[in-house]
Design a protein around this ligand. Structure first.
Ligand SMILES: Cc1cc2nc3c(=O)[nH]c(=O)nc-3n(C[C@H](O)[C@H](O)[C@H](O)COP(=O)(O)OP(=O)(O)OC[C@H]3O[C@@H](n4cnc5c(N)ncnc54)[C@H](O)[C@@H]3O)c2cc1C
Length: 381
C-alpha cells in the first residue's frame, strides 16, 4: 500500500470525509483514517436534516453551498437525499413574529421561503394537533438525508470515484512533523507520511493532544434521540421543526424581536434540558424525534454518562404529543449522540505549519461541513 500522501485526514465523520473529498477533487493524493470499523460518531447519530435556514452569518452561506454540493453528489450516486423542504411551525405570537421577521430577512437575501397560515399548516400537515400551529415558515429547497446510509455511500463514492484512499480500524495515536513531512502513527504500528495532516476528531479528545484539548474551551454536548415504531400509513415529508426550535436556532437569534422573547411557563422544564422538538420520517415509515442537550467540558466528557435518561425522553414525548396527533409514545429505540462545540463557531488550531485540528462544529455539521471544508481545503493545501 502507498505510504506517502499529499494529505492525511484523521476522522471519517462528515467533516473529515468532506475535507478528503475536496482535496481529492483538487488532484491531491489523500488518505482518510477512521479509528472505528465504520464511523459511529455524531455524523451517523444525527437527524439528517440539512437546514441552512437555521444558521446565521457565514454558516448560512456554507449551508447553502452544501445544498449545491450534496445536489451535485446526489446526481452522481444515490446519497439518500429527499428534497422535501423544512418547515418551522410557530405555536404562539412570539414565535410567529420571529417567523415573519425571518421571512423578511430571507426575502432580502433571496433565500426561497414562504409563510404558511394556520389553515394551510393544518391542511398541509394534517397530523398536527389543531391547537398547536399559529403559522409557519417553509423552506422548499432543503433536504432530509439518512445519515448512516449517506456516510456508507459517500465513503464508497470517495474511494471509487474521487480517488481517496480510506482505511478503517485505523486509530491514529501520533502525528509528528520531521523535516517538513508529517509522520502519522496508528495504534497497530502502521505508519504513513504526508505533506499535511488535518485532524477532524469530532469529540474524541483522548487519543491525540489530550492536554491541548483539556485547555481548549471545547464543550461536549450529549443529545438524546427517539425513534417510533413504523407508521406505514403516515406521510410526513421533509424536516418538521417547531416552536422551541424557533426559540433556539441561530438564524432567529439575529432578528429584532429575539431580545424581547419571553419564555412561557410550560417551556421552562424543557429548556432546562435543552429540549426542542424536531421530527423526520425515516425511509421505513418510523418517526425520528428529538432532541435534548446536556453539556460537559472536554476533560469531563465521561460525566455525561452512557445512559439514556428516561425522564428526558418522557419530557420530549409529552411535548411531541402536544404538537402532533400521533402515537409517538410507541418508541422502538432511543440513543445518545455527542458532538463538540465552542463559543468561537468552530475550533481551528495549527499544531505547526503541517498539522491542523478542525473540530467543534457543534450542531451544524451535517448542514454546513460541505461548504466550510471546500473553503478550508482551498486555503490549506
Ligand atoms: C443527535 C444529533 C443530531 C444532530 N442533528 C443534526 C442535523 O439534523 N443537521 C445538522 O446539520 N447537524 C446535526 N447534528 C450535528 C452533526 O451531526 C455534527 O456537527 C457532525 O456530525 C460533526 O461531524 P464530525 O466529523 O466533526 O464528527 P464525528 O461525526 O463525531 O466524526 C469524528 C470521527 O473521527 C474519528 N476519530 C476521532 N479520533 C480519531 C483518531 N485518533 N483516529 C482515527 N479516527 C478518529 C471518530 O471515530 C469519528 O468517526 C446532530 C448531532 C447529533 C449528535
Amino acid at each position: 500500500m502507498q505510504t506517502h500522501f499529499d494529505l492525511i485526514v484523521v476522522g471519517g465523520g462528515i467533516m473529515g470525509t468532506f475535507h478528503a473529498y475536496h482535496a481529492a477533487r483538487r488532484n491531491k493524493s489523500v488518505l482518510l483514517l477512521e479509528k472505528d470499523n465504520f464511523p459511529v460518531g455524531a455524523t451517523v447519530r444525527n437527524f439528517g436534516q440539512v437546514v441552512p435556514s437555521g444558521l446565521a452569518g457565514r454558516w448560512f452561506n456554507y449551508g447553502q453551498r452544501s445544498l449545491e454540493l450534496y445536489g451535485e453528489l446526489q446526481a452522481k450516486t444515490d446519497l439518500t437525499f429527499r428534497k422535501n423542504g423544512s418547515v418551522y411551525i410557530a405555536s404562539d405570537a412570539d414565535e410567529w413574529q420571529l417567523a415573519n421577521e425571518l421571512y423578511d430577512y430571507y426575502q432580502k437575501v433571496n433565500y426561497p421561503c414562504e409563510l404558511l397560515s394556520r389553515e394551510t399548516c393544518l391542511e398541509k400537515y394534517p397530523y398536527l394537533q389543531k391547537s398547536y400551529p399559529v403559522g409557519a415558515i417553509f423552506f422548499p429547497n432543503e433536504f432530509t438525508v439518512d445519515s448512516p446510509l449517506l456516510m456508507q455511500r459517500f465513503l464508497g463514492y470517495c474511494v471509487e470515484q474521487a480517488g481517496v484512499t480510506y482505511l478503517n480500524n485505523a486509530n491514529v495515536m501520533e502525528c509528528q512533523t520531521t523535516n517538513d513531512k508529517v509522520q502519522v502513527r496508528l495504534t497497530n504500528r502502521q505508519q504513513f507520511e504526508a505533506e499535511k495532516v488535518l485532524i477532524c476528531n469530532g469529540h474524541e479528545f483522548r487519543m491525540l493532544y489530550p492536554d491541548l484539548f483539556a485547555q481548549s474551551g471545547l464543550v461536549v454536548s450529549k443529545l438524546q434521540m427517539l425513534q417510533t415504531v413504523q407508521f406505514p400509513e403516515l406521510t410526513m415529508k421533509g424536516n418538521l421543526l417547531t416552536g422551541l426550535t424557533i426559540r433556539r436556532y441561530e438564524s432567529f437569534q439575529q432578528l429584532p424581536s429575539y431580545a424581547n422573547l419571553t419564555t412561557p411557563a410550560h417551556y421552562e422544564e424543557l429548556k432546562k434540558w435543552g429540549i426542542h422538538i424536531l421530527f423526520k420520517q425515516a425511509v421505513d415509515g418510523s418517526i425520528v424525534m428529538g432532541d435534548s442537550h446536556e453539556y460537559a467540558g472536554a476533560q469531563h466528557v465521561n460525566d455525561l454518562g452512557y445512559h439514556i435518561n428516561d425522564y428526558i425522553n418522557q419530557l420530549m414525548i409529552e411535548e411531541a404529543k402536544r404538537i402532533v396527533d400521533l402515537p409517538v409514545e410507541r418508541i422502538q429505540s432511543s440513543w445518545a449522540g455527542f458532538y463538540s462545540q465552542t463559543t468561537d463557531e468552530i475550533y481551528e488550531y495549527d499544531i505547526d505549519e503541517n498539522i491542523r485540528i478542525i473540530t467543534g462544529i457543534g450542531g451544524k455539521g451535517m448542514t454546513s461541513s460541505g461548504g466550510y471544508s471546500e473553503e478550508t481545503i482551498a486555503a490549506y493545501i
